[in-house]
Design a protein around this ligand. Structure first.
Ligand SMILES: [Zn+2]
Ligand SMILES: [Zn+2]
Length: 132
């Protein structure tokens, strides 16, 4: 019984807002890190004691840059219930001011009109509500 309640009534979360925030932060961080490396390189200020460590850092920030960029460009995300792919970038209607966005925007972004964010979303495949 308790198990039934847990699986049926607890609202799942897509963790989309959290993932987007992490991707945005690591994107900016890696861009800054790569620019600093590039700048120091051009200034010839680099005293590379250990080239392997240097290349490791370049590769690390480059990987961080590419992966966060790809995350930010994603237009689909799996539903936490049925795992089917949901469109997360489209001209959505705001829950607060009931206005359309006017262009394709991510559902985790702030509304164009009232600056509020969507908190819940209903899967178009299984009709279950989950939090963003
Ligand atoms: Zn679903
Ligand atoms: Zn709004």
């Amino acid at each position: 019984m308790v198990g039934d309640l847990k699986t049926n009534n607890v609202k799942k979360s897509a963790n989309l807002a959290y993932k987007h925030k992490i991707a945005r932060t690591s994107f900016s961080f890696s861009v800054v890190a790569l620019l600093v490396i590039l700048y120091l390189w051009k200034q010839n200020n680099f005293q590379v004691h250990s080239p392997i460590v240097f290349y490791f850092f370049v590769a690390f920030f480059f990987y961080m840059f590419i992966s966060s960029w790809r995350e930010l460009l994603k237009t689909h995300h799996p539903c936490p219930y049925c795992k089917k792919s949901i469109k997360i970038k489209y001209n959505w209607k705001c829950d607060h001011c009931h206005e359309q966005q006017g262009k394709d925007r991510l559902i985790v972004e702030k509304c164009n009109h009232c600056s509020e964010k969507l908190t819940n979303f209903i899967c178009p495949h299984c009709d279950k509500e989950f939090s963003l």
